[in-house]
Design a protein around this ligand. Structure first.
Ligand SMILES: Cc1cc2nc3c(=O)[nH]c(=O)nc-3n(C[C@H](O)[C@H](O)[C@H](O)COP(=O)(O)OP(=O)(O)OC[C@H]3O[C@@H](n4cnc5c(N)ncnc54)[C@H](O)[C@@H]3O)c2cc1C
Length: 515
C-alpha cells in the first residue's frame, strides 16, 4: 500500500517546516504559465482552491492564502469513487453522509458567493476535472488541505499527473486543534502510543492558534460558476435517505447550520455546562454537542470550538464539563497524529500493534450485526439507530465495535467499513483509530472489552433507548433499510494474519484514558 502513495507520501516524515522555509511557497513560483497578464505586463497570479474536507470560509488558512493571489476561484468534486464499493465490497459513502455533503457544498457555495468567489461543483474524479480547469483559467497556484491517507493521496496524485508545468501546489494542515508545527515532538514517530502522555505534554507546551480571518469580499473577476454541478441521487447511485423523527441528529449540513448548533448548545441552552455529565447519553439531541459531522467535513474547525469554549468559560462559567469538551477534541487530534505516525497500519488487520489474530469474516454474522439481530438487545438498538439515521452515540459505537470484533471475533475492518458507509460524521482517522482501540489492536494499552449487558443496565437502565429503536423494528411497520445498502461482496478481508489477542479485562474502568 505504501508504494501506491506516490508523491503524496508524507507518512513518517519529520514535522513540516514553518511557512517561508520551503513548505509553503506563496507567490514564489518563478515559472508562471502563459496567459494571464496584469495591466503592467507582469504575470497575474491565479489561485485555485480545491475544497475537500474543509468546507468552510471562516478559519480556513488555505483559502485565505489562495486569496492572496490576484484572482481566485474554487472547486469541489463529488468523486464517483467515494460512492462506489470500497475494499470490502461495502460502499464508501451511503445516503446519510451523501445528503449531508450535498447540503454542505450548497451552503459553501452561498457563503463564497457572499465573498464574490465562485465555487465550481463537479461530479467526476478530481484528476479529470482539476487539470482542465487549471489550464482554462491560467491557474498558477493550487491550494488544498493537506491529507495523508491512501484514497486522498491517490486523488491528489492523479491531479498532479495532469498539472501543466509551473503550477505550485500548496498543501495546508488546517484540520487540527494543535498545529503540527507547534507539537512538542521532533517527528510524528515520537507521538506516544498512549493518549494520556500526548494530552499532558500538548496541554503543557502547545497554545492553540487563533482561528484565521475570513477572506475579504473581492472584486468579481470570473463569471459566476452557475448553479449546476450538484449530482442528483440517481447519479450517486442511491435514493435519498428517509427522515426518521427519532434521530439524535436532525440537523442540516453546512457552515451556518454548524454555527446555529454551537449557538444553541453553548449560548442558548448552556448545555456545555453539563457536557461531561451527559455525554454518555443515548437519546436525543442534548446529551452531546453533535459537532462531529460538521467537523468531519470541515464546516466547523476544532479551534473555532476551542475559542468559543474559552469565551464561554470567561463569560458564563468554567468547570470540568467545559474542559471535557476540549479533552474530547484532543482525542480527535490524537487519532489524526496516530494516523500520521503509523500510516497504512491503521487499515491493517493487526492494527498499529501488529496483533496476530485469525479474524472471522462470516457473512451470516455480518448480516446479524448490521441488521440488529444479535443476541444483545443493546447492540441491536444501536445498530438499528445507525442503519436508520446514520447516527450512533459514542457509547453505542464503543459497544458495537467491541462486540463485533472481540465478542463475535469478526474482522474489525469490516465493522469499520460498515461505519464508514453509514456514519454521517465519518472521518478516516477517528473511525479507524477508534475501531482499532475497541478491537484491541490500537491505542488502548489495556485491551478493554465492553460487556453490553452491564453497559445497558448502566446507561439505559429504564430501557428507553432500546424501546425507541427496537419497538420500531419489532412492532410498528419497520422503516425499510436504505435502498442503497450494499450487500457486502466477498467478506473475506484481504491479508488476514495470526492468532489470538491478549486477554482483555471485561469492563472499561478508567475514564481518563478512554475516548
Ligand atoms: C468505533 C468508533 C468509531 C467512530 N467513528 C468516528 C468517525 O468516523 N468520525 C468521528 O468524528 N468520530 C468517530 N468516533 C468518535 C465519537 O464516537 C464521535 O466523535 C462522537 O460520538 C460524535 O458525537 P458528538 O459530536 O456529539 O461528540 P461530543 O461528545 O460532543 O464530542 C465533541 C467532539 O469531540 C470529538 N470526539 C469525541 N469523542 C471522540 C473520540 N472517541 N474519538 C475522536 N474524537 C472524538 C469529536 O470531534 C466530537 O464531535 C468513533 C468512535 C468509535 C468508538
Amino acid at each position: 500500500m505504501a508504494a501506491q502513495l506516490g508523491v503524496c507520501q508524507v507518512l513518517q516524515q519529520p514535522l513540516p517546516q514553518p511557512p517561508g522555509s520551503g513548505g509553503y511557497r506563496l507567490g514564489s513560483n518563478p515559472a508562471r504559465p502563459e496567459g494571464w497578464q496584469a495591466k503592467n505586463g507582469e504575470t497575474m497570479t491565479t489561485a485555485l482552491y480545491w475544497f475537500r474536507n474543509d468546507l468552510r470560509v471562516t478559519d480556513n488558512p488555505g483559502l485565505l492564502a489562495a486569496c492572496s493571489s490576484q484572482r481566485v476561484l474554487t472547486v469541489f468534486c463529488f468523486d464517483p469513487a467515494d460512492f462506489r464499493e470500497g475494499d470490502y465490497g461495502i460502499r464508501r459513502m451511503g445516503p446519510y453522509r451523501a445528503g449531508f455533503l450535498r447540503e454542505s457544498v450548497l451552503a459553501l457555495r452561498e457563503q463564497l458567493q457572499g465573498l464574490n468567489i465562485s465555487l465550481h461543483i463537479h461530479f467526476g474524479p478530481p484528476g479529470d476535472i482539476l487539470p482542465g480547469m487549471i489550464k482554462k483559467y491560467g491557474v498558477t497556484d493550487l491550494h488544498l488541505q493537506r491529507e495523508w491517507t491512501r484514497d486522498e493521496c491517490l486523488a491528489l496524485d492523479a491531479v498532479r499527473e495532469g498539472l501543466p508545468p509551473g503550477v505550485t501546489v500548496h498543501e495546508h494542515y488546517q484540520q487540527f486543534l494543535f498545529h503540527p508545527e507547534d507539537l512538542p515532538y521532533d517527528s510524528f514517530d515520537d507521538i506516544p502510543d498512549v493518549f494520556t502522555g500526548f494530552r499532558k505534554k500538548c496541554e503543557k507546551h502547545v497554545s492553540v492558534r487563533s482561528p484565521e480571518d475570513t477572506p475579504a469580499r473581492r472584486e468579481a473577476v470570473f463569471a459566476p460558476a452557475g448553479d449546476g454541478g450538484l449530482p442528483g441521487w440517481e447519479a450517486l447511485g442511491m435514493a435519498p435517505p428517509r427522515a426518521d423523527s427519532r434521530s439524535a441528529f436532525p440537523f442540516r449540513g453546512g457552515e451556518p447550520a454548524a454555527w446555529d448548533r454551537l449557538q444553541e448548545y453553548f449560548w442558548e441552552s448552556r448545555f456545555l455546562s453539563t457536557y461531561k455529565r451527559t455525554r454518555n447519553g443515548l437519546v436525543g439531541t442534548r446529551y452531546s454537542t453533535k459537532f462531529s459531522p460538521w467537523l468531519a467535513n470541515g464546516s466547523l474547525s476544532a479551534r473555532q470550538i476551542y475559542r468559543e469554549v474559552k469565551r464561554y468559560e470567561q463569560e458564563v462559567e468554567k468547570n470540568r464539563d467545559t474542559y471535557w469538551l476540549v479533552f474530547e477534541l484532543i482525542w480527535r487530534d490524537y487519532f489524526k497524529y496516530v494516523s500520521l505516525k503509523h500510516g497504512p497500519k491503521i487499515f491493517a488487520p493487526g492494527g498499529i500493534r501488529e496483533v496476530e489474530r485469525d479474524w472471522g469474516a462470516s457473512r451470516e454474522a455480518f448480516a446479524r450485526w448490521t441488521q440488529g439481530e444479535t443476541d444483545s438487545d443493546f447492540i441491536n438498538a444501536n445498530m438499528q439507530e445507525l442503519r436508520l439515521t446514520g447516527w450512533m452515540s459514542n457509547r453505542g459505537r464503543q459497544n458495537t465495535a467491541s462486540y463485533w470484533s472481540q465478542d463475535m471475533g469478526q474482522d474489525w475492518r469490516l465493522g469499520a467499513a460498515w461505519f464508514q458507509y453509514l456514519l454521517l460524521d465519518y472521518d478516516v482517522h477517528s473511525n479507524w483509530g477508534n475501531w482499532m482501540y475497541n478491537s484491541a489492536v490500537g491505542n488502548d494499552p489495556r485491551n478493554r472489552k465492553f460487556n453490553p449487558e452491564h453497559q445497558a443496565s448502566r446507561y439505559d437502565a429504564s430501557g428507553k433507548f432500546r424501546r425507541l429503536w427496537l419497538q420500531g423494528t419489532l412492532f410498528d411497520a419497520a422503516p425499510e433499510a436504505p435502498t442503497a445498502i450494499a450487500t457486502p461482496g466477498e467478506l473475506s478481508a484481504p491479508g488476514g494474519e495470526g492468532t489470538q489477542p491478549d486477554d482483555a479485562p471485561s469492563q472499561p474502568s478508567k475514564p481518563e484514558n478512554t475516548p
